[in-house]
Design a protein. Sequence first.
Length: 259
Amino acid sequence: MNLNTPSFTRFSHDGLSIAYFDEGPHDAETVILIHGFASSANVNWVYPGWLKTLEEAGYRVIALDNRGHGASDKPLDPEAYRPWIMATDAVALLDHLEIEAAHFMGYSMGARISTFAALNHQPRLKSLVLGGLGIGLTDGVGDWDPIADALLAPEPDAITHERGKMFRAFADQTKSDRTALASCIRGSRDLVDRAAVASIKVPTLIGVGTKDDIAGSPHELADLMPNARALDIPNRDHMLAVGDRIFKAAVLDFYKEIG
C-alpha cells in the first residue's frame, strides 16, 4: 500500500467543483482513472498502488473524485448522478487539461461511468479497462435500494442487509457523505443495452475477481464486444480485486500490446 498522496487541484464543471490529481510526465500517454462507489481517487487508486504502478511505467496519471465523493462537490439530487452525466465530468477534465484522448480505466461504478464515456464520447478514448464489473453492466447487479437505506440508517448496528452492511462500513471508513452517496446509488444504476455495448470498438480489458458476487461474468460481457478480452482475478472479491498484482500486470501488458 502506497500512502504518499498526490496534490489535488480543482476545476469547475456543470456547476460543481471537482477535485483531481495530475501526475507524471505531461508528454506521456495519459490514463484517466475513475473510482467506484463510496470510494475516492486516493482510496481506489493511490493507496492500492495504482498511481505508483502507472507512473513508474511512464504514464501520465489523472484521477478525479467523482461528484458526491472525496473532495468534490456533493449534490443531493439523484438525477445529478446518472452515469452518462458523471461521464461528462471526466471528459470535461480532459478538456480542462487540453488532452485530446486518454486510456479510460474505471472500477465498479467507475467502470459503468467509463462505459458511458465510451458510448457517448468514443473519440476521446484510446482504450477501456473495466474493473469490478462484468455482465452486470447490462443485466444488473441486484437490488441496491437496501444499500441506500443502510447508508441513511441512524445506527449501523440496526442494518440487517449484508451488502448494505458492507457498503455502510466502507462509507464510514472513507468518511464519506452518506446522504450524497444514497442519492448517488439511486441515480447511477442505469444499465447499458447489449446492442450498445457491442458498439464500443476501442480495445477493452474487463477484470473481475473470481470471488466477486456483485460484478457478474467478465467473459459474458467481453463476448458482446468486438475488441474486448476478459481477465479472471484469482481469489479476489469485489473489494480486494482492485489492487491485485495480477490485475496490475495485466493492465500494463494490455497497454503495451495496444501501443
